[in-house]
Design a protein around this ligand. Structure first.
Ligand code: ZN
Length: 474
């Protein structure tokens, strides 16, 4: 069956125009004016609506163990993503100690398979790099996992040393894989946490006190330097403020292939949230922590000038009751993470596009096109073009709503963005041509979402000399 979307205003990272879109066999087969309605053709009227490419969230932690508990599952979070206009996530799988990378990926695959409303891929977090793990990297890239993650934080758990970062970069570079890094100095954080606890500073606010921006700035600079020595590209996740962004800006000015993202909570929330009484500050405990208000402006500037090229949600949903509460009396035991998978796109539309901070094209670039490119999904995903997957979001700019845990679909018992007024409604969503959201209601089936084998991004460039070959901005 063919689907014809009529008269929508198509928005890509470079264009805005009114046209019809014909969908056949999961893909966009034709874009044009006044396309004829054929027999056996479903027609969708998009008059007055924007038609965006499906949003891509390159940073999620779904059904993921952390600190002795586990985040909300695929069956809720993938539906919430769909209702928010996201049609693909790249989720962080983790290698356990003693495990191969593929064993880690397989555990994540089993949880997602048949349970996801939207398409998905995985990054693999490297926690135990042995000689056989290094040898395994080409094989996982073959399996469609061309992005690896390394943690410089979480001492005695996920943290790896600089040698591991170096060797992961070196092995990844050879096969065009991209290394992502959580840049915070875990050893220094560990000491600062102990000092807080010794003084009886156990409340959620001290989570932020023990992770000052300097630990992020230092690790960001160190990761960049190590990548420079190796001559490898690097993706820095969840940049939270001005000084680390400045390190990235300087590296890019030198011509280094450094990519970086921020997240909605660093753009819209501040450290003040962690002071909420009755332990409610724990709802806002994430790493890096929320920063002071002044960092918002610095992050907007970094997004506008291309220092930061993507906005991932870092969605990592724990309930307040029974999960965040594990850290009562000791902030170091609060599971780290917040929500955003459902609201990322509409928050950015309301508080960046409507306020004039970002153009509609830039919004698509940050939330869909660049994540697709960097993660090896482009041009299959991340744009509206003939031959691309028919992942499409119809957006009614006249809709209004207020974010509330009562109406959100994410599987947690609070919402970090409670009370935020939203302009516009995601009315309809198509995943490879199949309609999964209609009139803002989920109508799909769990399992519609399929694993996406991704291409190694670095191999887009023939030479191994990345500094010369990778453009400054994508
Ligand atoms: Zn994360």
């Amino acid at each position: 069956m063919k689907t014809l979307i009529k008269n929508g205003k198509i928005v890509t990272s470079s264009d805005i125009y009114v046209a019809d879109i014909l969908i056949e066999n999961e893909q966009i087969s034709l874009i044009g004016n006044d396309l004829p309605v054929g027999s056996n053709m479903k027609v969708v009227d998009a008059e007055g609506k924007y038609v965006f490419p499906g949003m891509i969230d390159e940073h999620t932690h779904i059904e993921s163990p952390f600190g002795g508990t586990v985040t909300a599952p695929w069956k809720t979070e993938s539906v919430a993503a769909a209702l928010g206009g996201t049609t693909t996530v790249v989720d962080f799988a983790l290698q356990s100690k003693g495990e191969s990378l593929m064993e880690g990926i397989n555990r994540w695959q089993k949880r997602a398979e048949g349970q996801s409303a939207i398409d998905y891929g995985f990054h693999i977090g490297v926690t135990d790099l042995r000689s056989e793990t290094i040898k395994e990297i080409p094989a996982i890239v073959e399996e469609g996992i061309p992005t690896l993650k390394v943690f410089m934080a979480y001492k005695s758990d996920l943290m790896v040393d600089d040698q591991t970062l170096f060797q992961t970069l070196e092995a990844s570079k050879k096969v065009g894989a991209l290394v992502m890094v959580h840049a915070e100095n875990g050893a220094v954080i560990d000491l600062l946490q102990q000092k807080c606890l010794e003084k009886g500073q156990v409340e959620p606010y001290y989570h932020a006190v023990s992770r000052p921006i300097e630990v992020e700035t230092e690790a960001t600079a160190r990761a960049i330097s190590i990548a420079e020595i190796v001559g490898a590209p690097l993706f820095i996740v969840h940049v939270s403020g001005e000084e680390p962004a400045q390190k990235i800006r300087e590296a890019k000015a030198k011509g280094l292939p450094i990519y970086a993202e921020s997240c909605p909570h660093y753009l819209f929330l501040t450290i003040e949230e962690l002071k909420k009484p009755d332990f409610e500050g724990a709802k806002y405990v994430c790493s890096p922590p929320l920063r002071e208000q002044k960092h918002h402006e610095a992050l907007w500037k970094a997004l506008q000038d291309g220092t930061l090229q993507a906005i991932g949600s870092d969605h990592c949903a724990f309930n307040f009751k029974g999960q965040k509460e594990l850290g009562k009396g000791d902030f170091t035991k609060i599971p780290n993470g917040g929500n955003g998978i459902e609201h990322r796109f509409t928050l950015l539309y309301t508080y960046a596009v409507r306020t004039g901070s970002l153009s509609l094209n830039k919004l698509v670039e940050l939330l869909s096109t660049t994540p697709a490119k960097v993660n090896g999904l482009f041009p299959k995903k991340g744009t509206i073009a003939v031959g691309s997957d028919a992942d499409l979001v119809l957006f009614d700019p006249k809709g209004r709503k207020t974010i509330s845990v009562e109406t959100s679909h994410q599987g947690l018992d609070y919402d970090m963005f409670e009370g935020f007024e939203i302009d516009g409604i995601v009315s309809d969503v198509f995943l490879r041509g199949r309609q999964i959201v209609k009139s803002a209601k989920y109508i799909g089936t769990l399992g519609d979402g399929k694993f996406q084998k991704r291409e190694p991004y670095g191999l887009c460039y023939e030479s191994i000399n990345y500094q010369d070959k990778i453009p400054q901005s994508v």
